[in-house]
Design a protein around this ligand. Structure first.
Ligand code: GDP
Ligand code: MG
Length: 443
């Protein structure tokens, strides 16, 4: 998949401007990529159409080539489709009990996810009660009890002779007495969608007030997941979805299809069998995953980071004029950290061959990240005068700074040396200003 998309870039790289034909050609490949990621074909079709309408005639942003621009739009539309923000499970106000019913096919991960959710709620200071409503699989009740115990939350069960709806009712009485504020009903699934399962869920809903019906789907079922989701949504109505088993190598196209078809938000994703492996759903991360090109997207993001661009320009300008002082040094360091290190910025600038990782590895290293904090302390221990006029620093001033920052004098000397080198190097950089936010990217 990634290879395919890289080919799209290769094909577009040599061209200066994007014509309607170019957009169509690029999107044809994107279409294939999405299908390979297991996105439902109907969703792919309408998605591609929408992106095409948006892409043709749009200005290519500074710092991006036309091919990247198309991918940027693709990425944005994916994020928009999946809901631009994360969604929380809606709880009842005050001390009222929120009833959550888990639904889904057998093996989707309902029981595991029930226990995972209980852990999350517990961390938020809630008192959840887990209810064993799966009376068909002999081990189901035991499984919930074991997981509940691991999470330190109570499990309510009545064996396998009582109807799930009646168990749910009894559980509500127990919860009221026991002062639980969240009740999670773990229900039974079937291997396939069938009337009996739906009827049973409906019965539970009639017996108790269910505030949130959460559908659990297995990401690895790919295309099937969308049928499952729309079926459940039509028959019993769902409020949100949890996609499990995203720790596998599936691209997770199911997440996109489900949201597009049901319109219901994805709340969490299951990232493993351990009870802590439940993560908030982030549409932007999911979009990257579905497109399968993290590096490219990171680069596009950086090129589009306009907020910091102005400040970066100012710093660069000062650097060039060698008015560069310790305050700028501190600024530029944190600026570079934000943008992924100096060498990565250099790599993005045209006309800077060979200025990549080789020349300044120390600016990117992790060790340097740690040094940042100490450096900050040293610069803060300087007087304003010293910061503005770096040449003032003499041995006695350096001693005072070292003492103030709680570091060795050798470390102060090292920083001064590094600062002077940076200042010298910055003076030599040719055409850097023209490069920031430049015309052509790396691709
Ligand atoms: P249920 O039939 O819907 O209740 O499904 P279970 O909760 O019993 O889960 C079925 C299997 O999937 C179990 O072996 C779980 O450990 C596993 N499982 C559930 N969620 C995840 C997940 O996010 N990642 C992985 N790798 N396995 C999971
Ligand atoms: Mg189960």
């Amino acid at each position: 998949l990634t290879e395919k998309l890289q080919n799209v870039f290769k094909n577009l790289r040599s061209k200066g401007r994007l014509t309607e034909d170019d957009v169509k050609a690029a999107l044809k490949e994107v279409k294939m990529a999405l299908l390979e990621a297991d996105v439902n074909f109907k969703v792919v079709k309408s998605f591609v159409k929408e992106v095409q309408e948006r892409a043709i005639g749009q200005d290519v942003m500074n710092g991006l080539n036309p091919g990247q621009m198309v991918i940027k739009i693709v990425n944005e539309e994916l994020i928009r489709l999946m809901g631009s923000e994360t969604t929380e499970i809606k709880l009842q106000p005050g001390s009222a009990i929120t009833v959550i019913m888990m639904a889904g096919l057998q093996g989707a991960g309902k029981t595991t996810t029930t226990a995972k959710l209980a852990g999350k709620f517990k961390l938020k200071g809630k008192k959840p009660l887990l209810v064993a409503c799966d009376v068909y699989r002999p081990a189901a009740i035991k499984q919930l009890e074991i997981n509940g115990e691991k999470q330190g939350v109570e499990v309510f069960s009545m064996g396998d002779k009582i109807k799930p709806a009646d168990i749910a009712k009894a559980a509500m009485e127990h919860a009221a007495k026991n002062k639980n504020n969240i009740v999670i009903l773990d229900t039974a699934g079937r291997l396939h969608i069938d009337e009996e399962m739906m009827a049973e869920l409906q019965e539970i809903k009639e017996a108790v007030t269910v505030h949130q019906t959460i559908l659990v789907v297995d990401a690895m079922t790919g295309q099937d997941a969308v049928n499952v989701a729309s079926n459940f949504n039509d028959k019993i109505g769902i409020d949100g979805v949890i996609v499990t088993k995203l720790d596998g190598d599936t691209r997770g196209g199911a997440a996109l299809s489900i949201k597009a078809v049901t319109g219901k938000p994805i709340l969490y994703v299951g990232m493993g069998e351990k009870l802590s492996d439940l993560e908030q759903f982030y549409p932007d991360r999911m979009a990257s995953r579905i497109l399968g090109m993290g590096d490219v997207l990171t680069l596009i993001e950086k090129a589009g980071a306009e907020i910091d661009e102005e400040q970066a320009k100012k710093t660069m300008e000062k650097m060039k004029k060698a008015q560069f002082d310790y305050e700028d040094y501190l600024d530029s360091m944190s600026q570079m950290k934000k943008m992924g290190g100096l060498s990565s910025i250099m790599g993005m600038l045209p006309g800077m061959p060979g200025m990549g990782n080789k020349k300044m590895p120390e600016l990117d290293s992790e060790e340097n990240e740690k040094k940042m904090a100490r450096m900050e302390a040293m610069i803060q221990s300087m007087t304003v005068e010293e910061r503005r006029n770096p040449d003032l620093l003499n041995p006695s001033r350096k001693h005072r700074i070292a003492k103030g920052a709680g570091v060795d004098i050798a470390e102060v000397n090292r920083m001064v040396k590094q600062f002077n080198e940076t200042r010298k190097m910055m003076k030599k950089l040719p055409g850097l200003m023209g490069g920031m936010g430049g015309k052509k990217g790396k691709f």
